[in-house]
Write a protein that binds this ligand. Structure first.
Ligand code: BDP
Length: 688
């Protein structure tokens, strides 16, 4: 198995009794309607059933009256009884038993398509379908993948080969992979894709490239997926020949309006724009003395009455950050709350710094009640071991979603801010930076597929559990053997905590290799900007470790609601996982765990690295239940992970030891290599 089929394997169900039970309930498919999306639903159901049950299932237009056969009816109905009444519920589905038949219904074709995938999932995970009665609607309306793909085929922070978009072959040649990509996304409810890097090229707005984008949009449309573009702010200058990109300049406005009209003429269901502006050197409205709202609103105006939106990113930090980068996005965006047009959503990363392995939730969540906020998470593992470390990300996404901002009383979780329920927003969105590339198995690490899958499932329903999603995925992708599934799920659900322990325990952050963002480099003290170094964040000295963000320090804590401040502001009540995010803690300070900071730090690095050995052992035990090629691939990557966990452990304990000046406590054996030796390993990664 080369992993290409992802979780849509549809291999024959080997249990004959079960297969027969499913066969009886699925003798034909009746698709009431002929829209492209409904056709997709029928075709996918047919394909899935044929594979799983080993017999052809006919698709007919209508259920035969008086037939004794049991079929599956696909039914679009404006009055379909799906949960919820929000815009998002247009994508909801209900599956019910009606007489001899199963009915999959929704208020839109897309709803039926999602219902079909839910029904197939029942079979793939060996759940009963007789008398099935289930319904579900997405909680979030815009469920987006963001590709950081460049026109030259490279992928920024991509670790699974090059871009899947073959720009030089488009629009004439449509790689079948585009269809399989769309199938996979539709199967987990993703309904929008921004196909190019947020560090955007102006090229996509040219007529030539719009034809290419149109070709992709045509492939995605039957799967209920809309295309979005990341835009380069200076495009009016670069391709429009204007002297300025000032959003308030009439010519600039006119240029964007004309471009947008051209886009909609080419792609009538175009989704909208994603914008990174005045961030990390990208141009933006501030270059002209305007603010983010001026820029976003100008684009919203250009969209006019078209059904499109602007997702404006809040990932910004200025050239001279005033002491703590943590505060910057908040300080720039909070004052703009209420100033954005209704077509604008502000897209905020899960944490205040940058996709670290663990961050407290971003303080903007809950702080901009008048603006719908899109949650942006990273599926690609830029700071989480690329495609060599097995790190299942659902627990990380959930940790953010479940965080209580307390901005509208207890229970104002990030999830409820994002899905619009806290502040009564009609629109809502969530975006995941894709981990997809041209590798045959799409994600490099076979287990990385689970992160794509989990993102989609949580975008649909953030109340699902990490273990529940892992169980579905493992059954659909790796094995249905119960003991093996349990083992795999156990490894997956613990993997992110293990990664944090051997890389950045207790709230350490941003101590990784410069630029590449791989491996440890806690000693990094010089870089293009102070807030690109490691020492800026860990602040180790002879007294202790950690960034004081309380009132006696940068006071970034003050950006949170009083309840959160009260809990995190006191080192005694601050969860140990966030401790060094907010406090400079003495090396000998006892922690709630009963150990001193130094002792606890070393304990976490050592037990974290040892847990990778545990992962290796657990994985070895599932060998009989998993395809050999997949098994071997994961086994090899776990071996690298173990070596690199030791690399992180040794680098960090030896480096911090130079400040703590304490021995490595028993029962741990001090590293056999010196700090200089470990440093030279890192230097190797930094060689040009
Ligand atoms: C950082 C990445 C950088 C991205 C940036 C962003 O290192 O490549 O361009 O995020 O999100 O994490 O804009």
């Amino acid at each position: 198995d080369d992993g290409y089929r992802l979780w849509l394997k549809y291999d024959l169900i080997s249990d004959v009794a079960q297969r027969n039970a499913y066969r009886q309930a699925t003798q034909y498919i009746a698709a009431d309607g002929s829209s492209a999306v409904l056709k997709t639903a029928a075709a996918e159901l047919q394909r899935g059933l044929q594979g799983l049950l080993g017999q052809p299932v006919p698709v007919v237009a209508k259920a035969e009256a008086g037939s004794t056969k049991r079929g599956i009816l696909l039914l679009v109905s404006p009055t379909a009884n799906v949960p919820g009444s929000s815009d998002a519920s247009r994508d909801g589905y209900r599956i019910l038993t009606q007489g001899r038949n199963l009915v999959v219904t929704g208020r839109s074709e897309a709803g039926v398509l999602y219902g079909v995938f839910a029904l197939l999932r029942q079979l793939q995970t060996r759940q009963p379908v007789a008398n099935l009665a289930t319904a579900s609607s997405p909680r979030i309306q815009y469920r987006m993948l963001n590709h950081w793909d460049n026109p030259n085929g490279t992928v920024e922070r991509g670790y699974a080969g090059s871009s899947i978009w073959k720009w030089y072959e488009l629009p004439e040649n449509l790689d079948p992979r585009y269809t399989d990509y769309a199938r996979a996304n539709a199967s987990i409810g993703i309904n929008g894709v921004a196909i190019n890097n947020v560090n955007a090229s102006a090229r996509y707005l040219t007529p030539e490239y719009l034809q290419k984008v149109k070709a992709l949009a045509g492939v995605f449309r039957p799967y209920g997926i809309r295309v979005y573009l990341s835009v380069f702010w200076a495009a009016p200058k670069v391709i429009g020949g204007l002297k300025t990109s000032d959003p308030l300049d009439p010519q600039v406005k006119q240029w964007w309006a004309a471009r947008t009209a051209e886009i909609y003429k080419t792609i009538p269901d175009f989704g909208g724009f994603l914008v990174k502006a005045n961030s990390e050197g990208e141009p933006g409205p501030q270059d002209y003395g305007r603010n983010h709202a001026d820029g976003a609103n100008m684009l919203a105006e250009a969209l006019g009455t078209h059904d499109g939106i602007v997702m404006w990113r809040a990932f910004v930090y200025k050239a001279n950050s005033n002491g703590d980068r943590f505060r910057e996005a908040y300080e720039e965006f909070k004052p703009l709350d209420g100033k954005f047009s209704p077509k604008v959503l502000v897209q905020v990363k899960n944490g205040p710094i940058d996709f670290q392995a663990r961050e407290p939730f971003h303080p903007l969540f809950g702080a901009m009640p008048k603006t719908p906020l899109v949650l942006e998470v990273q599926i690609t593992q830029e700071y989480l071991g690329f495609a060599t470390h097995l790190v299942y990300l659902a627990p990380m996404f959930k940790e953010c979603l479940d965080s209580d901002t307390q901005t509208k009383g207890a229970g104002s979780t990030v999830a409820k801010v994002v899905d619009g329920t806290v502040d009564q927003h009609r629109v809502s969105g969530i975006a995941g930076v894709a981990n997809i590339g041209s590798d045959r198995n799409w994600t490099g690490h076979p287990m990385g597929q689970a992160n794509w899958y989990a993102f989609g499932r949580l975008a649909w329903d953030h109340s699902l559990t990490s273990a529940g999603i892992a169980t579905e995925w493992a059954k659909m992708t790796l094995t249905n053997q119960p003991a093996a599934v349990a083992t795999i799920v156990d490894v997956m659900t613990k993997s992110r905590d293990i990664y944090v322990r051997y890389t950045t325990p207790l709230g350490l952050h941003h101590i990784m290799g410069e630029s590449i963002h791989y491996g440890p480099q806690p000693w990094l003290a010089k870089a293009g900007r102070p807030d690109w170094t490691s020492v800026y964040y860990h602040k180790a000295d002879s007294m202790g470790l950690g960034f004081n963000r309380t009132a006696t320090g940068s006071n970034a804590l003050a950006l949170y609601s009083p309840g959160v401040q009260a809990q995190w502001g006191d080192p005694k009540t601050c969860p140990p996982n966030y401790l060094l995010w907010f406090h400079h803690v003495g090396w000998q300070q006892p922690l709630p765990t009963g150990r001193t900071l130094w002792h606890e730090l070393v304990t976490r690095y050592y037990t974290g690295a040892d847990s990778v050995t545990w992962m290796q052992q657990r994985w070895a035990s599932v060998k009989p239940a998993v395809d050999p090629a997949l098994f071997n691939d994961v086994t090899a990557r776990l071996k690298i992970q173990r070596q690199e966990a030791l690399w992180w452990r040794d680098a960090c304990v030896l480096y911090f030891q130079t400040y703590a000046r304490q021995p490595i406590p028993a029962p741990f054996t001090p590293p056999t290599r010196t700090l200089a030796e470990v440093k030279s390993l890192v230097d190797l990664y930094q060689l040009k």
